[in-house]
Write a protein that binds this ligand. Structure first.
Ligand code: HEC
Ligand code: HEC
Length: 319
């Protein structure tokens, strides 16, 4: 018998169903997981320029922080630190999500305040605890640098502008897709899962994880509450969905994160509070489904989640 966090399992079970049904469009409840496309059309020249910009600490106020400082390719495009550290050692309040496959998210940021990648990139550059720059300073720097000057002239036909820089970075991020994980091969009928992985996938569906984590990014396509069943502590400093909508129901509501490459992107959650995948699963089941996972359930779900690690994006393998 599953150990429910309240004595009245039936009641909590019902409340989960009601809460999930209310939170979920019907389509999402049936939505399958879809493989990452094998090809994404992107402009190679823009993306290569975007890659150089992404790695360049000179576009931060104290010249120490690049996009890559917080979205490391050695850590699945995410930050191994629970919360990111920006210019002048300033501590942020959020765990940096992965930039891999971010292109497939319906909105950007934990609370979805940016509509796309270009809109998003504007955020950290201005943020005083991230890169803290003003567009004019960046343009002046890019213009003085012979490589950038030439590249912008060639690609955009003008001297470097801030807007074109955002465009190039966004194009690079578009190229950061990670196809061909084992699970995608399985979905395409090209391989079998091991019995352990298959049990994990079955549980992922029967326990209800898939109601929120589905689609091409196994997440990234809806806003959901963290603490749907058992409330999760809320920190006034953190920009949740309420910050955007001012709807009291949106406290502690975030964009459901992608589970692609999840084995590479510890720590987890918007506040980096789960240091390991095991912790993340326990907390998810407890707060969002209302029960504690058995040890063997954790083992098989983790085995399934490990099949979601895809190939390193081709654009990072070219040099
Ligand atoms: C100081 C660390 C830091 C730097 C530098 C930084 N980021 Fe981030 N990034 C974060 C954090 C933290 C978040 C989540 C913030 C939030 O959602 O409120 C984030 C969110 C994102 C997201 C949204 C992903 C998603 O799923 O919502 C993208 C894309 C992204 N960053 C790209 C970039 C790019 C491009 C740059 C460089 C221009 C950059 N970041 C610089 C820490 C950083
Ligand atoms: C009601 C919707 C919902 C359900 C059901 C749900 N999740 Fe989540 N999941 C979320 C949200 C929202 C977050 C982000 C929470 C946060 O960071 O505050 C999340 C985060 C995660 C994370 C951390 C991702 C990261 O990058 O930080 C993992 C791992 C995860 N979920 C796995 C699962 C598993 C496994 C299940 C089933 C046992 C499950 N989830 C059920 C909505 C859900």
């Amino acid at each position: 018998m599953r150990h429910s966090v309240t004595k009245n399992w039936k009641k909590i079970g019902l409340s989960i169903l009601v809460a999930l049904a209310a939170a979920m469009p019907v389509a999402a409840m049936e939505a399958p997981i879809v493989p990452i496309p094998l090809h994404v059309d992107y402009d190679k020249k823009k993306a290569e320029l975007g890659k150089v910009l992404f790695m360049d600490p000179q576009i931060s106020a104290d010249k120490t922080v690049s996009c890559h400082s917080c979205h490391s390719f050695d850590h699945g495009g995410a930050d191994p630190r629970p919360v990111s550290i920006g210019v002048h050692g300033a501590k942020g309040n959020a765990n940096a999500p992965t930039v891999y496959n971010a292109y497939f998210n319906f909105r950007q940021f934990w609370n979805g305040r940016a509509k796309d990648l270009k809109d998003q990139a504007n955020g950290p550059l201005h943020n005083p605890v991230e890169m803290d720059m003003v567009p004019k300073e960046i343009e002046a720097y890019l213009d003085k640098n012979p490589y950038y000057h030439e590249a912008f002239r060639e690609i955009y036909g003008t001297n470097p502008t801030y807007d074109d820089m955002l465009d190039a970075i966004a194009e690079f991020e578009k190229a950061l897709f990670t196809p061909n994980c084992k699970f995608d091969y399985y979905l395409r009928g090209q391989t079998e899962l091991t019995p352990l992985e298959a049990r994990g996938y079955r549980l992922f569906k029967t326990l209800g994880c898939i109601t929120c984590h589905n689609g091409v990014n196994i997440g990234g396509n809806s806003f959901q509450k963290f603490g749907l069943i058992v409330p999760y502590r809320w920190k006034p400093s953190f920009p949740d969905r309420y910050d955007v909508t001012h709807n009291p129901d949106d406290r502690n509501v975030y964009k459901v994160p992608t589970l692609r490459n999840i084995a590479l992107t510890a720590p987890y959650f918007h506040d980096g509070s789960a240091l390991t995948l095991t912790d993340a699963l326990k907390m998810m089941a407890y707060h969002n489904l209302g029960f504690e996972l058995e040890e063997d359930e954790i083992v098989v779900i983790e085995a399934f989640l490990k099949t979601l690690t895809g190939e390193t994006p081709a654009i990072l393998r070219q040099d």
